[in-house]
Ligand binder design. Structure first.
Ligand code: PGA
Length: 273
């Protein structure tokens, strides 16, 4: 290769690298989130005491989310001193309104200042929620301006059979079918075998799946995948939160049992700073 060709190639390579670097530096950093999933626990008195005992210091704006049972959404919003802690719902219906006994619409959640909603949690899937329903709920939340936290995860048996990646990829692609904009979507990897069992995934084990999730998003949606927070859920507690937080693709936690205690939950929030 003669000198002119070499210098021409090196100029082009430099320009390409430069423009890639500019793109990278223009991307906002990925947001972190620690989400309390209270499930069917707590009441007005215990929620009040939780808020009083919560001790979160520093700037937590937009980082902490509490998902109480539906009837506690309104009183909890009123109890929280400012809006730096967000409220999420544990479920939503995909229709605007109508004869759907026992269901709650995205519009009502929005009116009550819910910024997030859990969709596709295995405990809801077990009660009959299908991938198609998950997809409709995701589309309705995105359209209403509520950020969906889409839960995916394998059973113990599926893990043993080596089907974890296939399972998780399938759930994500079905949940996001015909969703054009994923810039406000959050994914939570919540392996079913780790929920409420005390058997959290090892950080490295979770990282492998989080990486698969990011690659799956990248393949279908491109660069925006880098901005999607991927949370880990399943027996997260004050002891294991820090080591989970050190993994490259673990951007926060979905916390069940340990989120019922204000001190433990505060420690977990600080682990993800
Ligand atoms: P857990 O629940 O932290 O009690 O395991 C997690 C979840 O199901 O959201």
């Amino acid at each position: 290769m003669n000198h002119t060709v070499k210098s021409y190639i090196s100029t082009i390579v430099r320009e390409v690298i430069q423009s890639e670097l500019e793109n990278i530096t223009h991307l906002p950093t990925r947001r972190k989130l620690v989400v309390a999933n209270w499930k069917m626990n707590m009441n007005v008195a215990s929620a009040t005491s939780f808020v009083e005992r919560l001790s979160i210091t520093g700037d937590t704006s937009g980082k902490v989310v509490i998902c109480p049972p539906f009837p506690l959404i309104y009183p909890l919003r009123a109890m929280l001193p400012d809006s730096s802690i967000s409220i999420g719902a544990q479920n939503v219906h995909w229709e605007d309104s109508g004869a759907f006994t026992g269901q709650v619409s995205a519009n009502l959640l929005k009116e009550l200042d819910c910024k997030y909603v859990l969709i596709g949690h295995s405990e809801v899937r077990e009660a009959g929620e299908t991938d198609g329903m998950v997809n409709q709920k995701v589309k309705q939340s995105v359209a209403t301006g509520i950020d969906p936290i889409i839960c995916v995860g394998e059973t113990h048996k599926q893990r043993e059979q080596g089907k974890t990646n296939e399972m998780v990829k399938g759930q994500i692609l079905k949940a996001l079918s015909k969703v054009d904009d994923i810039s406000n979507v959050i994914i939570a990897y919540v392996p079913i075998w780790a929920i409420g069992t005390g058997l959290s995934a090892e950080p490295e084990q979770a990282q492998v799946v989080h990486h698969v999730i990011r690659e799956t998003l990248h393949h279908s949606f491109g660069e925006i995948a880098e901005q999607v927070p991927i949370l880990y859920g399943g027996s997260v507690n004050q002891k294991n939160a820090h080591s989970l937080s050190e993994m490259k693709d673990i951007d926060g936690a979905l916390v069940g049992g340990a989120s019922l205690d204000a001190e433990n939950f505060s420690t977990i929030v600080h682990a993800f700073e």
